[in-house]
Design a protein around this ligand. Structure first.
Ligand code: OGA
Ligand code: NI
Length: 217
């Protein structure tokens, strides 16, 4: 069969990306993937600075549970403060962030037919003593959420004793298993929003992140 110029062009242009391939493989095999250094130390520092500026300007609000029409603030379930990020108004720091995310999304759509059409991201701060009880990310009544992505913006000296682990609950041979993931800077955790229950353990030192969802129609 004859290829059109466009098809040839796409075949030449397509570059297999080992990191993205690993993420896809992980998600297919176990519904989650953990990538250290998805963002380098400089990128994390810039994003952290941006987050702190906005937090100090009082732009964050207490995170709610439920959907947009029935939001309730329930401190016994989650205690974080969030600020939604508007990609159209992204500053330099956030542009770098979205460039990387968009590159991954294009790859997923191209290689796995994931059909990711929209995304939403927010900064999050968990002050000392806060947590987010075990939940599914479809809790927000948004069945379009396909993949959850959390990117940690803590400082380089973050210690396991600081708490705030992301606990992911998986099933292995009919047995529930709990995996605790430390929120080290630059680390990104990606998981299937509708499949994996997870929680944020109580934090002892303020914990900074960007959390987001890749969504289908
Ligand atoms: C969430 C969430 C996990 C984390 O915001 O829904 O589960 O590690 N966050 O911050
Ligand atoms: Ni969640």
């Amino acid at each position: 069969m004859l290829s059109t110029d466009q098809e040839l062009f796409e075949q030449i242009e397509f570059q297999e990306n080992p990191l993205y391939e690993r993420i896809i493989q992980d998600i297919l095999e176990r519904k989650y993937s953990i990538v250290d250094d998805f963002f380098n130390a400089d990128e994390v520092a810039i994003l952290r600075k941006q987050l702190i500026n906005k937090y100090e300007e009082d732009n964050f609000k207490k995170a709610a549970i439920g959907n947009r029409t029935s939001e309730v603030i329930e401190k016994s379930i989650r205690g974080d403060f969030i600020l939604w990020i508007n990609e159209a108004e992204a500053g330099e720091a956030e542009k770098t962030y979205f460039n990387k995310i968009n590159s991954l999304v294009e790859y997923l759509n191209r290689t796995c037919f994931m059909g990711i059409l929209t995304k939403e991201f927010h900064y999050a701060v968990y002050p000392e003593g806060t947590f987010y009880k075990r939940h599914l990310d479809t809790f927000q009544n948004d069945g379009r959420r396909k993949l959850s992505m959390v990117c940690y913006l803590n400082t380089e000296d973050w210690k396991p004793e600081n708490g705030g682990e992301l606990a992911i609950y998986t099933q292995e041979n009919g047995q529930e298993k709990q995996l605790n993931i430390y929120p080290f800077p630059g680390r990104v955790v990606i998981f299937e929003s509708q499949e994996l229950e997870h929680e944020v353990k109580p934090v002892k030192v303020p914990r900074l992140s960007i959390t987001g969802w890749l969504k289908t129609r």
